[in-house]
Design a protein around this ligand. Structure first.
Ligand SMILES: Nc1ncnc2c1ncn2[C@@H]1O[C@H](COP(=O)(O)OP(=O)(O)OP(=O)(O)O)[C@@H](O)[C@H]1O
Ligand SMILES: [Mg+2]
Length: 185
């Protein structure tokens, strides 16, 4: 079983990639005054019909042919609900999907956030044809990483070239530090 929220996010974003998304938006929002850690993942992929949506939270539903049981979504839901949080999926066939999970920030059963920067870095450098908009917000201090902006500056240099890959890593680390002062989540 997954032990970090960042690994859940990697799995949920991989669903978006399999759904043919061109843009994936990932938001991580920490609000200490609300005791909340909110994760929002939005894609412009194929979406799901109401019937699919109903069964997607059931572990015995999957459209994969290699393996019968899909566990990514049910696990993420269970992880959020077990912290007295909430979970919701909004999806429209042909236009995309949004998954919102709220965790009780200080709830004893909340998994650690884990290395979200590695998740974002991995997603970007392994899927250079997809755009990512990452937003990290800590008590209202926030930063974003938008691969569309990076592309404008980079021109033909790919996002997975060694220099750019290293730069993305640094960008994430430095900006997160600036936003949360190294607070352990
Ligand atoms: N963003 C999405 N867009 C369209 N369909 C989705 C999306 N997320 C999930 N689905 C559908 O829901 C199913 C279940 O997803 P889930 O992550 O729970 O399992 P899985 O991806 O099939 O397997 P696993 O994550 O365990 O490798 C997927 O197979 C897919 O059909
Ligand atoms: Mg999955």
């Amino acid at each position: 079983m997954m032990t970090e929220i960042s690994l859940n996010v990697l799995d949920i974003a991989n669903n978006s990639i399999r759904a043919g998304a061109g843009l994936i938006e990932i938001t991580v929002q920490i609000q200490r005054d609300r005791d909340a850690l909110t994760i929002i993942i939005t894609d412009d992929g194929c979406g799901m019909t109401p019937e699919q949506l109903k069964s997607v939270e059931d572990p015995f539903f999957t459209t994969r042919t290699t393996r019968r049981i899909g566990l990514g979504v049910p696990f993420f839901k269970m992880a959020a609900l077990s912290t007295e949080g909430s979970f919701k999926i909004d999806s429209t066939p042909g236009s995309g999907t949004t998954i919102t999970a709220v965790f009780g920030l200080t709830h004893i059963d909340r998994m650690p956030l884990g290395d979200m920067n590695s998740t974002i870095h991995t997603l970007i450098t392994l899927n250079t044809h997809i755009d990512f908009l990452y937003t990290y917000s800590f008590d209202g201090n926030q930063f974003t990483l938008d691969t569309r902006e990076f592309r404008q500056v980079l021109g033909d240099v790919p996002l997975n070239s060694p220099e750019v890959s290293a730069y993305i890593k640094e960008y994430l680390t430095e900006n997160q530090n600036e936003a949360d002062g190294g607070y352990h989540i």
